[in-house]
Write a protein that binds this ligand. Structure first.
Ligand SMILES: C[S@@+](CC[C@H](N)C(=O)[O-])C[C@H]1O[C@@H](n2cnc3c(N)ncnc32)[C@H](O)[C@@H]1O
Length: 213
């Protein structure tokens, strides 16, 4: 299964970062974000450690989490695009690290240290093999019982970016995603497929916890 290289993916987000951030200024008020961030805050209220967003983009989810749900928890954002990192750093000032990096290798984060890992709409940029590698890496950094919160594009085949880009990205089925999450050592507590307004694809929203084996 083919996806574009990191350089090509980075190029897409370097070009679109400002427009993406402006879009998220509006989208972050959608109920879907309040639902997921509220559940996340409740789910990790007894766990110490940072919330790590492994593809934080413009930083809107971390910022909203801090403003509305938990002003104390340390936050870490990671993203492949330097422009996205700059935008997220400007949005998230104190007690937040925003790092340029790859979600498949969280080398700056200690094992069993994080309360939660967030991955929203970036898994489509990696192959199935790399998706499994990423889930294993996220499990490594999570505390026992730590929470995984994921959204990705549902279905089969590639994503059509139209005239915007030649980047090749993949949709994955709910069964595939659940299998990878399970094989990487998580239990799944919630997994739903929901439409996304204005887009021809549905999204998978998954929540799980690091299994203690
Ligand atoms: C569609 S945006 C989503 C941003 C954010 N998670 C949100 O939901 O608003 C995808 C983001 O994933 C980042 N990304 C893509 N591949 C990545 C990788 N291998 N590691 C880290 N970030 C990656 C892109 O740079 C971009 O900022």
């Amino acid at each position: 299964m083919k996806v574009s290289s990191e350089e090509e993916v980075q190029g897409l987000y370097e070009e679109s970062a400002n427009a993406y951030s402006e879009m998220m200024d509006r989208e972050i008020d959608l109920p879907v974000y309040a639902d997921v961030l509220g559940r996340l805050a409740r789910g990790i209220s007894e766990l110490q450690g940072p919330l790590v967003d492994t593809s934080c983009g413009s930083g809107h989810m971390l910022s909203r989490y801090r403003e509305r749900y938990d002003s104390e928890r340390p936050l870490v954002g990671i993203d492949l695009s330097p422009r996205m990192v700059a935008i997220a750093r400007a949005r998230l000032s104190s007690r937040t690290e925003v790092l340029l990096g790859d979600m498949r290798n969280l080398e700056d984060i200690k094992a069993s240290s994080a309360a939660a890992v967030l991955s929203y709409f970036a898994l489509h940029h990696v192959t199935p093999e790399d998706a499994l590698e990423a889930f294993r890496e996220w499990r490594r950094v999570l505390r026992p019982g730590g929470q995984l919160v994921l959204a990705t594009w549902e279905g089969e085949g590639t994503i059509d970016y139209g005239a915007e880009s030649d980047v090749v990205a993949q949709r994955y089925t709910k069964d595939e995603v659940v299998r990878w999450v399970h094989d990487a050592g998580f239990s799944v507590s919630r997994c739903v497929i929901e439409p996304v307004e204005g887009l021809p694809m549905d999204a998978i929203y998954l929540e799980g916890r690091k299994r203690v084996q």
